[in-house]
Design a binder for this molecule. Structure first.
Ligand SMILES: [Zn+2]
Ligand SMILES: [Zn+2]
Length: 319
């Protein structure tokens, strides 16, 4: 439900912020847009998920906050842009505002005849893409295989109608800086965002069920991966070489983590399992190792998943 524009605004804001105090940590910066950011010299923040404190409406911006798990006094707040409920004509069913979506993209009707798939940039040369919600009255429910492969895009706002992001859909979109996966997306397929090296922030939609192989591999700038409870499987190499990744939260229902899913994540310092699950860790059929992972000892979990047992398959034992 979050929109990419807001994160872009935050980044732009941070760059243009006025320094209020530099005498001691924390350093408070603020800016004309009213957003605030705290920066500390002594640690890398371990941000928890964003929590909506004021829900946006058609006319009003909302607000959300997140807390640093390493120091609960570190809190960030940002605006959520006004939110519309777009109908079949891409106009808001509440206030009537028309969605100003990007023209010229290639789409095709799915074989089922019930939804559209975005298949490529078409004649579009825009750097900031806003996808329509509907084409000819049918929802856009998928981003096709390789649709934006290597595209020169800087921002993309995905429609709430989206269900599926297919293989290599955004492979090496090297200028994208943030990703907001809509709430109803169920699957992110293999290599979907591989090599999106500038993406710092990813928000996973609440319905996400599976993350494919190498889906976020070589995303060198991603700082945290807070996965929703419903994610059942995390594919092999899913976050391989996410070298800025500091914090990972594994959802309650996750029962499979593939080989090398978090390998080469050199800065991974905290991994939180939503339930202190009992896992069987195996490299091959001859080596198995069962262990209960801790909810509280996030540093040990991080060491296990990113280095000591990173080459293993992780399967959750039944509770
Ligand atoms: Zn902090
Ligand atoms: Zn509206």
């Amino acid at each position: 439900m979050r929109k990419g524009t807001k994160i872009i605004k935050t980044i732009a804001c941070l760059a243009g912020c006025t320094l209020i105090s530099s005498a001691c940590a924390p350093t408070l910066t603020s800016c004309a847009r009213g957003e605030e950011a705290l920066t500390f010299d002594d640690h890398v923040h371990i941000w928890s998920e964003w929590t909506t404190t004021v829900a946006p409406t058609c006319e009003q911006v909302g607000e959300e906050t997140r807390v640093c798990l390493a120091d609960g006094t570190h809190i960030q707040t940002r605006e959520i842009p006004p939110r519309h409920e777009y109908g079949k004509d891409n106009a808001c069913t509440v206030c009537g505002a028309a969605l100003n979506y990007t023209r010229g993209l290639d789409c095709k009707l799915d074989e089922s005849g019930s939804y559209y798939v975005v298949t490529g940039m078409g004649t579009c040369v825009d750097k900031e893409i806003v996808l329509p919600y509907y084409v000819d009255g049918l929802p856009i429910a998928a981003i096709g295989e390789g649709a934006f492969f290597g595209a020169d895009i800087e921002d993309i706002i995905l429609p709430e109608t989206l269900r599926h992001i297919k293989s290599s859909a955004f492979y090496r979109c090297e200028k994208l800086t943030s990703l907001d996966i809509p709430d109803d997306v169920l699957n992110i397929d293999d290599e979907a965002f591989k090599g999106c090296k500038s993406v710092k922030s990813v928000t996973f939609g609440s319905s996400l069920n599976a993350i494919g192989k190498s889906a976020f591999a070589d995303c060198f700038a991603i700082e945290s991966a807070i996965m929703p409870d419903g994610v059942q499987s995390i594919g092999d190499y899913a976050f391989n070489f996410c070298t800025s990744l500091g914090y990972v939260k594994i959802g309650r229902e996750t029962d499979y983590i593939g080989q090398y899913a978090f390998a080469n994540c050199y800065n991974l310092s905290h991994v939180r399992f939503a339930n202190g699950a009992d896992w069987t860790i195996s490299k091959n059929s001859t080596m198995t190792n069962s262990r209960i992972l801790s909810i509280s000892d996030t540093a040990t979990n991080a060491r296990h998943i990113s280095s000591q047992f990173c080459e293993c398959f992780w399967r959750r034992n039944d509770d």
